[in-house]
Each structure stands twice: as C-alpha cells, then as structure tokens.
Design a binder for this molecule. Sequence first.
Ligand code: GDP
Ligand code: IMO
Ligand code: MG
Length: 427
Amino acid sequence: MSVVAVIGAQWGDEGKGKIVDLLSEKADAVIRFSGGDNAGHTVINPNGEFKLHIVPSGIFYPRAICVIGNGVVINPGVLLGELDALKSRGVDVGNLHISDRAHLIMPWHILLDGLEEEKRGQGAIGTTKKGIGPAFADKTARRGIRTCDLLNPKTLKERLAGILASKNELLTKVYNVPALDLESIFKEYSGYAARLAPHIKDTTSLVNDLISKGSNIVLEGAQGTMLDPDFGSYPFVTSSSPLAAGACIGSGINPRRIDRVVGIFKAYTTRVGGGPMPTELKDEVGEYIRQHAHEYGATTGRARRCGWFDAVVGRYSTELNGFTSGILTRLDVLDEMDAVKICVAYQMGGKTVDRFPADVEALENCTPVYEELPGWKAPTTDIRNAKKLPANARKYVKRIEDLIKCPFHIISIGPHREQSIVIKNII
Ligand code: GDP
Ligand code: IMO
Ligand code: MG
C-alpha cells in the first residue's frame, strides 16, 4: 500500500515510460501530473511498442485507473488521437480519468510557441513546439481555459471570446500573422468536449479516496529535474515542475501522503534542445552512443545530445527530490566501452565546483572533472541478478550510487519490461 512518485532525474528521456509500465503491475492508479504532449514515453510490453505523450503509461493494466492530473496541459486533439490509436491496437481506455482543473492547449499556444522560438533566433530554447510554455504562462496569468470549461458551452464561448480578442491583437500586431477565428475554434473544441466529457471529473477526490482505502498509486513524472523552471538550466527548461514537489501540486495529493520517491537515472546523459550540458560529447564517443542506443526524441525525432554521466547533476537531483530509490536505466548501452567516465565536479574560472550553478553562461564554459573506470566489455541484457553483473559494471554502478547519494533498487538492461534487475521491490 504505497504512493510512489517516479521522477526523471536528468534532462528527460531517462526511461520513465518503461519503469512506470514495470512498476504499475501492482498499481490501482497511475497519474500523470505535469507537462503535456512534449513528453514521449516509450513502453514495450506484451501489447507491443508504444510512444505515449499524454496518456499515463499504466494504461495497459486493466486493474489500474489512469488519471491525467490538474498539473498537465492537455491538447485535446492530440489526446483523442492517442486514445484512438490505443483502441485500434486493442487497449481499453475506458479507465482514463481527466482532471476537471487541467488547462487546455489552445491553437494560439502552438502558434505562439513557434513564433516565440523564431524570435529568439540563436538563443532558441529548442522547445517541442507543442504550445507548452505559452499554455503554462496563460495558466499563471489567469487567462487559461480548463477542461471544466469544456463541459459548459456558455462559459467556453465567453472565455474563448475574451481571451481570443487579446491573442489576436498579439498575433496580428506583434507577429504580423493572420487572426484566429472564434467560431471555428469554438466548433472544434465543442467537438472535443462531446468526446472527452465522460472522462472529465474531480480526480483529486477520486485519488485521495483511493489513498484513504490503502491503494497503490504511481505518480508518473514527465521531463526531468534539470528541466525544472526553478532549479534547471534556466531559461533552457520546460514550464512546469517535473520534481517530486510537482507531483503534489499536479495531482492534489499532499506531501505527507507520498511514501516513496523514485529517481530514474540513465547510465549516461542525454539532452534534447538547447542549453548547457557540461558532459556533452561532440566526438565519436557521443556519436557511438547516439547510434548504438538510437538516441532520437520520442516526440520530435530530434537527435539527442549524448555524454558521460554527470554526478553533479545526479547529486543535485537527489537533494531536490529526496529519492528513496534510484533506478539506473540503459546500463547495457555501455556494454562495449573500453572505459567509462563519470563527471564528479566542474572546473569553473579556476575553481572546482561540485554544486550545480544557476548561471547558464558559467555552465556553458565549465570543464567537467572526470573519473575514469574500466569498461566491462560483456553483454548485460540477459542478466537478472545484480550479483551476476560483470565486476566492472558493479563498480560503475556503486561509484555512481556513492556520488549521487542514492541506492539503485532496479537496474534496467534493455527496453523490455522483463529486462530489469530488481534489487529491492519498490511497490
Ligand atoms: P522517457 O521519456 O523517460 O519515458 O524515455 P523515452 O521513452 O523518451 O526514452 C527512453 C528510451 O530508452 C526508449 O527508447 C526506451 O525503450 C529505451 N529504454 C528504456 N530502458 C532501457 C534500457 O535499460 N536499455 C535500453 N537499451 N533501452 C532502454
Ligand atoms: P519526457 O517526459 C526530453 C525539452 C525540450 C526543450 C525544453 C522546453 O519524454 O522525458 P517545451 O516543449 O517543454 O517547452 O521544451 O524541454 N523537453 C524534453 N526533453 N524529454 C522530455 O520529456 C521533454 N519535454 C520537454 O526539448 O529543450
Ligand atoms: Mg521521452
């Protein structure tokens, strides 16, 4: 009986989809609590291979209810497309519940995401252009439209008309692009409302009642800690909090009800989009990892930047989230390496720094301090017992655990559900 938050510990794409699918076997509810369809979570299980963007990765278990929490911004067209695709592959989506407080991504958000990125030029963030930043900005500025508004056509029309008038001024007068049409957006969103209405409800009460009954709950994080707007490499971040604290805000579960916080760490580092990445490898080793591990974005298909494991980031992530368990993924990707490196500190202006700094320019110019360990040069994908891992692989895992101050309770050595070494049960 536990409430477990699963959190990306680096810059996203750590393998949260695989792990949520694995941990959800015993879950009564799986809840997405932040982000939107900027996320791309890969799940490979007996149903096939799926890239989920907005539907929780617990959808494959009939016993679990799946919840899109209040902290998620929802593009209703994308959500319906994902539900149709799942249904066409035989997955029952009747158990999906959508918070009546979640904000909607509107056509102007997507348009503005692209226009703002264009305007940033060289300093572009490299967003997914899904309208995430503009939708969260409007939520905070109190000019958002929520899923509960879809259930009330009068409110929907009134809010649409008020908000669209000022958005159209921005679009036509600042960006010189054509205005959007109120009637066609109202019609489009009324169509979404008709299909989504049965799923929209007060999910906070639903989930808190389940917790009171002693149910198992998995909170599915999106993005990663270093993309957090407060603690990440600002401004090269996303617009909602991927942290454990964000799990409370984005679901309506109070902090005292969270029993375990699980950090998902990739055995090396990847990042998509712009911004500093101290351990990035712009050489043949980085290219080897990208090709060998097929490090291309699940949402945009962009090449992921690859580099060595950054323990400064890892330690910071443990501190911010309070991980009770770590999960190390993609260890198998390093199986053929002669040697592996771990960044233990940064050299910055003549000083050695072991904390993640706020200043992005300092980060761009820092030099990582590495420890080098011998590779293990042996396949790990069929191993199911940690003691059977090659000695050098065990040394690598142990050194990371010591540096990030978090024990690994699962080691993932392949994308399939069963390619997992369980050291300690988490749920
Ligand atoms: P998420 O966004 O955190 O869910 O991660 P993504 O799905 O975007 O990217 C993770 C990728 O790694 C996916 O292609 C997974 O199928 C794959 N994957 C997850 N765990 C492992 C692992 O242990 N080994 C290998 N080789 N691939 C993995
Ligand atoms: P999952 O859940 C990796 C990155 C984008 C960009 C920055 C801001 O699959 O781990 P946004 O569209 O959110 O405004 O883009 O954040 N980003 C991700 N990178 N994995 C993700 O999600 C990401 N979601 C956003 O590439 O750099
Ligand atoms: Mg992803």
